[in-house]
Unconditional design. Structure first.
Length: 134
């Protein structure tokens, strides 16, 4: 970053600055995407990783700090807990045939309600049904 400030108009450094900025924007969008898909734990992990990566840039640190504060709300805390439970339900799918797992996932989705994690669980149950029919 210091090198970029020393020669601000250098064409190669301008391209690097643009690439780094694009990567930051991409990682911000990834956090939002994970949350929208009900992958709240993965979103939180990505946000924390991004916070580490932007240390030293006050503007980006402020943006990421705002993003991290969103994970402190009651709604997101509930979704984090639901995502932990869903992860525990999904883990056995990698080791065995998904014959009974879709029903467990549907039951979990009903308990999770209209949350993003609940919708994800229902989607995984549908995938499990398809896999079981193979």
């Amino acid at each position: 970053e210091e090198g970029l400030r020393m020669v601000p108009d250098h064409p190669e450094l301008t391209a690097i600055r643009s690439e780094v900025s694009g990567r930051f924007d991409h990682r911000l969008r990834a956090v939002s995407y994970f949350r929208e898909q009900g992958q709240v734990l993965r979103a939180q992990e990505a946000a924390r990783s991004l916070a580490e990566a932007v240390k030293g840039d006050a503007e980006w640190e402020a943006q990421v700090a705002t993003l991290l504060r969103e994970f402190e709300s009651k709604e997101v805390a509930r979704e984090l807990e639901l995502d932990r439970k869903l992860s525990a339900l999904v883990a056995p799918l990698a080791k065995k045939a998904p014959d009974r797992e879709p029903e467990k996932l549907r039951k979990f989705a009903a308990e999770a309600g209209a949350t993003r994690v609940g919708r994800r669980a229902l989607h995984l149950a549908e995938i499990g049904d398809l896999a079981a029919k193979k």
